[in-house]
Structure formats: structure tokens, C-alpha cells
Design a protein around this ligand. Structure first.
Ligand code: LLP
Length: 435
């Protein structure tokens, strides 16, 4: 079966695009459109590449659940032993509801509320990734009020250019994330004085959709350098959290393989450990927080062409998915491959350059531009590489119910989130009382 765009889980079979053993035409018939379709085997194969690369090492691969927080995905990864990177009390609740192990949760985020701190302390998370001096003080107070000690690492901003889209590049000096590298030492000294904090590690995350190894190694070097400086002051770093950010192929990007990226990192760390003569027990554990590389290419968005129209020189295919479902094109001008689900049925139409757009009342509501496709109204399209930052960033703009989510496992389809109903969308709203 020819795989589509090198995605082994999605392939043409009998000229119909399948997710594993299930025809997408069947999924559309059973669940309607738009529907998010995930492949269990694709998620498990991404996980196993990470697991193999960390085998025999003191390492914890976390899933950054902001990429896709559906409980079925969290459950699947929890069963394989994944940790979780969360950024809110809501994400904490999801991990716990999915059976995730709280002692494998790291809590990132630049603006944790005191309530969220309390919830995470009560749950017993592995570590707080603290992003400012104020947060140190606040967390110390909250932990003290509960009679607990909060395990912390400081998110250090290594001032490394990840070479990625400005909206998803987080490691540069002038953005809101982390603590500047040149202030980190002082912040650790401050943390050491706070009685209800326990210093565990260093954390950094330099951006997302990074397609080269070099920026990761540059950030790692700065983290190791800081670890040395801290050691000289008697502050022991037990783990290095190197964040996420590994990119995937959307069109022609060639990111390093998961195993190759981790191997390069471990080689650098191993050299550092042996230069210092540390025993394996003294060497820091290594944590990661991958989102996109875990699930991005394990999902697609299934949509149907409602209307074909022509305005001026442009041809538009208006589909039933929109920017509220998949926000990435509108927000980052992101590219997602868009392919017909049943190319044979569209063979009679002429191939034209179409803008694939949604029905939302915004010119920014597009999913793909200038796509060479042979289309007829009613055709199904698959918007690929939509497993990460798709559903999790969706909204109800234009009072559009979010689509269903299904997970395919071989020839079985599991409904893992029901399609929203319009009534759900205003169920919590109230009309004014009579005056
Ligand atoms: N850790 C931290 C602290 C993060 O902020 C992020 C992502 C990750 C881990 C996971 O990064 P990943 O491995 O997925 O690259 N909405 C954007 C991406 C925003 C990423 C935000 N932080 C997009 O659709 O491209």
C-alpha cells in the first residue's frame, strides 16, 4: 500500500485513504465530518523510538500534553510509562483522569496561579519548572502553607536561536519565558534560601518545530555550564530537563530522527559526565518534554468539501473544517498537506489550484492555499500532520461545535471524543432576568 507523504499509518488501499486498516470514507460515514483521526500505531511507534533511545539510561520522556490532551492519548502513553509536561491545573486534571502517574509530571508555565500550585503539590508532581524569581517566592509560600516542600528546577533561557517561527521560538533573551541565563545563578542562590523549596534540576525549552540538532546542543552546553557553576557553590543538580521542540515533516522539512537527536544529546552529556569523573548515580537524570514529535504525524483532520466557487482569479474549495478547528495556518501560515480521501472518484474533475478554506467569517480562515487538486462538491479531504496543536488549539468561534475525535487501532475505531452539540456550547450561558 503506498503510504501518503511518508506516513506509514495512512496509506491508499484500493484507492481509498485508510488509517491503519480502516477506510476514511467509513469513518466519515459513521462519525461525520470534521473528525480528527489518530493512529494508535503511529503514536506507539513514535513513543518506542524515544523509549529505545533512552533504554538503560536514567531518563524520563514526558509528553507535552498541550500538543494533544485527549484522554485516550494520555492513557496510551501513560500505559507505556511516559511522563507528562503540563502547563495548567486543567492539564493536571486530565493527566490524573487518564491514569497518569503524578510522580512523572513536570509542571511548566510562566504564570501558575496559587491554586494550581496547591493542586500540583497535593497531587505530588515530580517537579515545578519555575520561570521567575517571583514564582519562587510564591511557590515557597504555598508549599509552606501546606507543610510541604516543592521540588523545583529553574527554567533557564539560554538565549539560543532555534531558527523557528517567531511565535514558537521561546529561547531568546527578549521573550517572556524562563529566567535569563545571566540571572540564573542568583535565582538558584535565592531558591536555596527558601525553606519550602527543594532544588532538583535545571530546565530549558528553546522553541518548537526545530529541525536541526545544533540549537539543542547549544542550549545543552549552556545548561551544562550552569550546572558546573552551581556545583562549585554546592548546589547539586539531579536532573536536566531539556524541554521539547523536535520538529516533524509537514512538507519537505528534514528534522533529525528521534533516536539520532537523543543520541547526540546523550553523547554530549556522557562526555561531560566522564570529564568530571561522575559516577552513573551522580550523573543527572535527563528529562524531555516532547509534544509535536510524539503525535503530530499520528493524526489527520477529515473534512468534506461543501462548495466549490470562483472569485476573480481564485478558486475556492469551502470545506466543513475551519480555522476554529485547525488554527495553525491562520496563526502561523503553517503548511499542512491536503490530500483527497478517494482520489478515484475525483478523477473526472480537472486538477486546479484551489484555496482550501472554511466557512468562518474571516479572510484568515484558510487551511491551505494554491493546492493542486481535482475536486467535486461532497469529496472528502484529509488534512495531514494534524495530530499536534490541532484539536488542542481549537475554539468554538462562530458557534461551531468541535468535531469528533477517533483513534484507529488496526481495524477497530474508538470514538475518543464525541462531537460537540450546539446546545453544549451555550449550556453555561444565561439570559438576563426580566427588569
Ligand atoms: N515544553 C514547553 C515548556 C513548551 O512550551 C512546549 C511547547 C513543549 C515542551 C513542547 O514543544 P514541542 O515538542 O511540541 O515542540 N502552537 C504551536 C506550538 C507551540 C509550542 C508551545 N510550547 C504550533 O502549533 O506550532
Amino acid at each position: 500500500m503506498p503510504a501518503i507523504a511518508n506516513l506509514p499509518a495512512f496509506a491508499l488501499n484500493g484507492n481509498i485513504l485508510h488509517a491503519e486498516g480502516v477506510a476514511l470514507t467509513d469513518i466519515a460515514e459513521r462519525f461525520g465530518t470534521p473528525t480528527w483521526v489518530y493512529s494508535r500505531s503511529a503514536i506507539e511507534s513514535a513513543w518506542s523510538e524515544f523509549a529505545q533511545a533512552t533504554q538503560g539510561r536514567r531518563a524520563l520522556v514526558c509528553f507535552a500534553i498541550k500538543a494533544n490532551s485527549n484522554l485516550a492519548i494520555l492513557d496510551l502513553l501513560a500505559r507505556h510509562g511516559a511522563g507528562f509536561d503540563i502547563v495548567s491545573g486543567g492539564e493536571l486534571a486530565r493527566v490524573l483522569a487518564a491514569g497518569g502517574d503524578p510522580s512523572k509530571i513536570v509542571f511548566s508555565g510562566v504564570g501558575k496561579t496559587r491554586d494550581e500550585m496547591r493542586q500540583a503539590l497535593a497531587a505530588g508532581v515530580r517537579c515545578f519548572n519555575v520561570e521567575s524569581e517571583s514564582e519562587l517566592v510564591q511557590l515557597d509560600a504555598v508549599a509552606g502553607s501546606l507543610g510541604l516542600q516543592a521540588p523545583i528546577s529553574l527554567r533557564v533561557n539560554p538565549d539560543v536561536d532555534a531558527g523557528t517561527h517567531p511565535y514558537i521560538s521561546t529561547g531568546l533573551r527578549d521573550n517572556k519565558f524562563g529566567i535569563a541565563h545571566d540571572r540564573a545563578l542568583a535565582a538558584y542562590r535565592q531558591a536555596r534560601q527558601l525553606p519550602n523549596l527543594r532544588i532538583e534540576g535545571i530546565d530549558c525549552h528553546i522553541g518548537s518545530q526545530i529541525t536541526e540538532i545544533a540549537p539543542f546542543l547549544a542550549a545543552l552546553d549552556r545548561v551544562l555550564d550552569l550546572t558546573d557553576q552551581l556545583a562549585a557553590e554546592g548546589i547539586v543538580i539531579r536532573h536536566l530537563d531539556l524541554g521539547g521542540g523536535l520538529g516533524i515533516t509537514y512538507s519537505d522539512e528534514t528534522p533529525p530522527a528521534r533516536g539520532a537527536m537523543l543520541a547526540a544529546i546523550f553523547a554530549r552529556i556522557d562526555a561531560w559526565v566522564s570529564q568530571r569523573g561522575l559516577t552513573p548515580a551522580e550523573a543527572p537524570e535527563v528529562l524531555f518534554e516532547f509534544g509535536r514529535a510524539m503525535v503530530g504525524n499520528a493524526g489527520l483532520l477529515l473534512t468534506r468539501v461543501e462548495v466549490l466557487k470562483r472569485n476573480g482569479d481564485r478558486r475556492f474549495a469551502v470545506v466543513d473544517a475551519a480555522m476554529n478547528d485547525l488554527m495553525r495556518p491562520a496563526m502561523y501560515e503553517a503548511w499542512h498537506d491536503i490530500v483527497p480521501v478517494a482520489p478515484s472518484t475525483t478523477a473526472t474533475a480537472a486538477t486546479e489550484a484551489y484555496d482550501i478554506v472554511g466557512p468562518v467569517c474571516e479572510s484568515g480562515d484558510w487551511l491551505g492555499r494554491d493546492r493542486q487538486l481535482a475536486l467535486a462538491e461532497g469529496d472528502l479531504l484529509a488534512i495531514l500532520s494534524a495530530g499536534a496543536y490541532g484539536m488542542s488549539m481549537s475554539s468554538n468561534y462562530n458557534t461551531r461545535p468541535r468535531g469528533a475525535e477517533v483513534m484507529v487501532d488496526g481495524s477497530t475505531v474508538h470514538l475518543v471524543r464525541e462531537r460537540e452539540q450546539v446546545a453544549d456550547l451555550f449550556a453555561g450561558e444565561h439570559r438576563l432576568p426580566p427588569r
